[in-house]
Design a protein around this ligand. Structure first.
Ligand SMILES: C[S@@+](CC[C@H](N)C(=O)[O-])C[C@H]1O[C@@H](n2cnc3c(N)ncnc32)[C@H](O)[C@@H]1O
Length: 212
């Protein structure tokens, strides 16, 4: 099991900095659209919130009627999640579901995977394996929503950046979409929000569906 020392050390501060699940209306609507897509498909199974952090978005999904489990490698972030949302299920785990097979095989089939600002912390060389581990557990029509800091630079489609907590990479949306396609997911839609005084980088929400 991988650890997350940065988030363990800064969990309390993170919670104080981001007390609300969504920073912008677009973030809220993207998660609402994801939820509707999952519910519309009528497939069986659980939704996992990968890198759920303090669990506020996991709780939002639960309140929207999804059977959801939040997964995160940071014990301190999970501690806050469990305290703040005792009615919601949280487990210690990693983005690559094959790293915690005993847990994630209990959760399969997965009808949806949400990963908001967590895959940015996965070494780019591991992303293909991570997405494949999701695809392996998802039926046709299962929905993925990724949110990540993005780049417009096609010449450098994956670039490290100075994240305050842990090593992190920005992705060009086309490159992330290609990674999803290789793992068996077709892009459904994407949004890109531009920089503003609170956001140094563009941010992409990218939804994709498990193909047959
Ligand atoms: C920026 S926070 C986002 C938290 C939450 N998804 C949200 O939207 O509020 C990033 C989270 O990703 C988690 N994380 C870091 N590396 C991870 C990995 N390899 N697999 C899964 N989660 C990871 C961190 O522990 C942290 O809780």
């Amino acid at each position: 099991m991988r650890t997350q020392p940065g988030y363990d050390a800064l969990a309390e501060q993170y919670e104080l900095t981001f007390p609300d699940p969504f920073q912008t209306p677009l973030e809220r609507h993207a998660v609402a659209a994801f939820t509707d897509m999952v519910l519309q498909h009528h497939s069986e199974g659980t939704v996992v919130d990968i890198g759920c952090g303090t669990g506020h978005v996991t709780a939002d999904l639960a309140h929207r009627g999804l059977e959801v489990v939040g997964i995160d490698p940071s014990e301190a972030m999970l501690g806050i999640a469990l305290k703040s949302h005792p009615e919601v299920a949280f487990r210690r785990g990693e983005a690559n579901l094959n790293d915690t097979v005993e847990l994630t095989d209990q959760l399969a089939p997965l009808r949806g995977v949400l990963a908001r600002f967590s895959l940015i912390h996965v070494d780019p060389h591991r992303i293909g394996g991570v997405l494949a581990s999701w695809a392996q557990r998802m039926p046709t029509g299962g929905v993925v929503l990724l949110a990540f800091q993005s780049t417009d630079d096609e010449g450098r489609p994956v670039a490290p950046f100075d994240h305050a907590v842990a090593p992190a990479w920005r992705w060009h949306p086309d490159e992330m979409s290609a990674q999803l396609a290789r793992a068996g997911f077709d892009e459904a839609w994407r949004t890109i929000s531009r920089t503003d005084p609170l956001h140094r980088f563009p941010e992409c929400h990218l939804a994709a569906v498990r193909r047959p």
